[in-house]
Design a protein around this ligand. Structure first.
Ligand code: SF4
Ligand code: SF3
Length: 547
C-alpha cells in the first residue's frame, strides 16, 4: 500500500514519503493518521459552527482536538491501536456534536468531513481517501497543509499549558475555525492565506500561554550549569517536552536512591527553580533525539517519552523493554502510562524497574550552561546593551529549532564555529546540540551561546527582540542587530516560524532545506512578503547575515 507524508524536513527525496517514512512510520500508521486528521477536521467544523451559534467551549472537545493533532506530529506516535482508539473517540465526539447541532437547529456545512458516517467498516477507505493528496491544486494543498502543520505545533504547546492549568478558549476556538477552513472544498487562497497568517498570530499566543504556564508552576528559568556526566546510582531518563511529567517523576523519586536524567528537549527542566531544587535531578544524558538508538543502549535504566521524538528501535535493542510512553506518544509494545483524572501520573512501575537496573554508563563528561529565557536576559540587559553599544557584541543570531540526522545539518555546527567572536548565538529547541558543547567562549561575562530552553521558548527571542527594539528606540524590529538562521525538522518548528513571521520578522533563513509542503506559489508569497530564505554555504551566509 502507498502513503503520502511530507510534513517533516527529512521527507524522502525532499518531496514526500510514499513507501515508508524515513522516520519509520509504516503506511498503515500513515493511513490511520490521515483518518484521525479527517475525523478531527469533521469535529472541528461542527464545533466551529456550534461556537459561532453561541455554544460554550467544551474542554472535552478541546482536549480531543489537541490530543489528536499532537499524536500525528512526526515521531510522536507509532502505535496503530492507540491511533485507532483516538479515531473511535473522535467519532463519539463528532456524533455528540452532531446531535447538539440538530437539537439546537444549527445548520452545518455539507463538507465531506461532516457528512462521513464514521462506520468502522469504512475506516480503511476513509483513511485512503483523506490523504494530503486529496487536494489536487498544489497551492491550495500547500496552504491547507501548512495551516494543519502549524495547528499540530500549536496543539503540542497547548497541551503542555493546559496540563499546567493554563487554558485559553480563544486558542481552541481558533483551532476549530481553522479546521473548518481547511475542510472547505471551495476555500481559495483569498481565505487560506489570511488563515495561515492568523495561525502564526495564534502561535505567539500559545507560546506566551505555555511560557506563563511553565514559569507560574516552576519559576523563572535562571542561569544553570548542567552536568552531562553520570552518577553511581540507578537512573531514570526522561525525554520530550512535558515539564508536568518531570515534576511528577522528581517528586515520586525523591528519597528512593534513584537519580533522574533529562534527555533531548527535557534539558531545560534544569533551568527552573522548582525543578532544579531536586538534588537527584543529576544531569542531562546524551544529545538530540536522533542519536537515541546509540545512546539509550548505554543508559541501563528505564526511559520515559513524554512527547516526540521517538526513533523506532532495532529489534535487538537492549533498551526496548525499558521504554515507557505518555500523553500523545505511543509505540507498539511499549507500556503507556496513563494520566490520572487528577492530571498526575503514577510512575511507580518505572521506579520499581529502575531499582533493579545498573547505573548509567557515562558517555560524556563535563557541563553545559543554559537558562537564558527572557527574564534572565532582561536581568542582564544593562550588560548586553552596553556590550552592543561599545561594539563588543556586533550581532545576535537566533539559531533555534530542531536537530536531525541529515549530514547537511553539520552546517549549523560549522556556522557556529565560523561566526566572528563578537557574535552571540541565541538558541532554543534541540538544534542547540549541534553547538552547545563546542566551548565557544564568552564576551565579557556573557556566554556566546545563550540557551533559552525548549523550541517553544523561541518565544523568548521574540520577547527579547521586542524589548531591544524599545531600548534602542528602533523604528522596526528588523533594524536591530539580530538575524534569524533557524533549523527546522518537525511541526513545532512550523508554528514557531509562522509565529515569528506574524511578529513582522523578515529575512528569516530556514534550513537545511525548504519544506516540501510549501509549493512554489506559496513560497513566492512568503518571499515577497517576508523575504523568507534558506541557507547556502557557511561562508556566504556569514557574509550576508553578519556582514
Ligand atoms: Fe516522512 Fe517525515 Fe512524514 Fe515521517 S514524518 S513519514 S519522515 S515526511
Ligand atoms: Fe526537537 Fe523532536 Fe523539534 Fe522541540 S525533539 S525541537 S525535533
Amino acid at each position: 500500500m502507498n502513503m503520502f507524508c511530507f510534513q517533516c524536513q527529512e521527507t524522502a527525496k525532499g518531496t514526500g514519503c510514499t513507501v515508508r517514512g524515513v522516520c519509520g512510520k509504516r503506511p498503515e500508521t500513515s493511513r490511520w493518521m490521515d483518518l484521525l486528521l479527517s475525523v478531527t477536521r469533521g469535529v472541528g467544523t461542527i464545533y466551529h459552527a456550534l461556537l459561532e451559534a453561541g455554544y460554550a467551549n467544551d474542554p472535552a472537545v478541546d482536549d480531543f482536538i489537541v490530543d489528536a493533532l499532537f499524536a500525528t506530529i512526526t515521531n510522536a506516535n507509532f502505535d496503530d491501536s492507540a491511533l485507532l482508539q483516538k479515531v473511535d473517540a473522535g467519532i463519539a465526539v463528532k456524533r455528540q456534536l452532531l446531535e447538539t447541532a440538530s437539537r439546537r437547529g444549527v445548520s452545518l456545512p455539507d463538507y465531506h468531513e461532516v457528512a462521513w458516517g464514521g462506520e468502522k467498516s469504512d475506516y480503511e477507505a476513509e483513511g485512503d481517501r483523506e490523504t494530503v493528496l486529496r487536494n489536487s491544486d498544489a497551492d491550495i494543498r500547500s496552504l491547507k497543509e501548512t495551516i494543519t502543520l502549524g495547528l499540530k505545533g500549536m496543539a503540542a504547546y497547548y497541551e503542555h499549558a493546559a496540563r499546567l492549568g493554563q487554558r485559553d478558549a480563544s486558542i481552541t476556538t481558533f483551532m476549530a475555525r481553522a479546521l473548518a477552513g481547511i475542510s472547505d472544498p471551495e476555500a481559495g487562497s483569498d481565505t487560506l492565506l489570511p488563515l495561515l497568517l492568523e495561525t502564526g498570530k495564534q502561535g505567539v499566543s500559545v507560546m506566551a500561554l505555555l511560557d506563563k504556564a511553565n514559569t507560574t508552576a516552576y519559576g523563572k528559568p535562571e542561569i544553570t550549569r548542567v552536568n552531562i556526566g553520570t552518577g553511581k546510582r540507578p537512573g531514570i531518563l526522561i525525554s520530550g517536552h512535558d515539564l508536568h511529567d518531570i515534576a511528577d517523576l522528581l517528586e515520586q523519586t525523591e528519597g528512593t536512591g534513584i537519580d533522574v536524567y533529562t534527555h533531548g528537549e527535557m534539558l531545560p527542566a534544569h533551568y527552573y527553580p522548582e525543578l532544579k531544587k531536586y538534588k537527584h535531578l543529576v544531569g542531562n544524558y546524551g544529545n538530540a533525539w536522533w542519536k537515541q538508538k546509540e545512546e539509550f543502549a548505554h543508559f541501563n535504566g528505564p526511559i520515559i517519552f513524554t512527547t516526540n521524538c521517538i526513533v523506532p528501535p532495532t529489534p535487538t535493542a537492549n533498551y526496548a523493554g525499558r521504554v515507557f510512553t505518555a500523553n500523545s506518544t505511543g509505540y507498539p509494545g511499549w507500556k503507556h502510562i496513563a494520566t490520572r483524572p487528577d492530571g498526575h501520573k503514577d510512575f511507580s512501575e518505572v521506579i520499581e524497574m529502575a531499582r533493579h537496573c545498573q547505573a548509567p554508563e557515562e558517555i560524556e563528561h563535563g557541563e553545559i550552561i543554559g537558562g537564558f529565557a527572557h527574564d534572565q536576559v532582561f536581568a542582564l540587559a544593562d550588560k548586553i546593551v552596553e556590550a552592543v553599544k561599545s561594539g563588543a557584541i556586533r550581532k545576535f543570531v537566533v539559531m533555534g529549532g530542531c536537530d536531525g540526522r541529515m549530514k547537511s545539518r553539520n552546517y549549523y555546527a560549522d556556522f557556529a564555529k565560523a561566526l566572528p567572536k563578537d557574535v552571540v548565538i541565541l538558541t532554543s529547541g534541540c538544534a542547540k546540540y549541534k553547538y552547545n558543547k563546542l566551548q565557544l567562549g564568552e564576551i565579557g561575562c556573557i556566554p556566546r551561546v545563550l540557551d533559552a530552553g525548549q523550541c517553544n521558548d523561541s518565544y523568548s527571542w521574540a520577547v527579547v527582540a521586542l524589548k531591544l527594539k524599545e531600548i534602542f528606540g528602533a523604528a522596526d524590529i528588523n533594524d536591530l542587530p539580530i538575524v534569524f538562521n533557524l533549523a527546522w525538522y518537525e511541526q513545532k518548528a512550523v508554528i514557531v516560524l509562522l509565529a515569528l513571521l506574524s511578529l513582522g520578522i523578515r529575512n528569516i533563513h530556514i534550513g537545511p532545506t525548504l519544506p516540501a509542503f510549501v509549493s512554489p506559489g506559496v513560497l513566492k508569497v512568503l518571499q515577497d512578503n517576508f523575504s523568507l530564505g534558506t541557507i547556502s554555504t557557511v561562508e556566504d551566509d556569514i557574509r550576508t547575515m553578519i556582514g
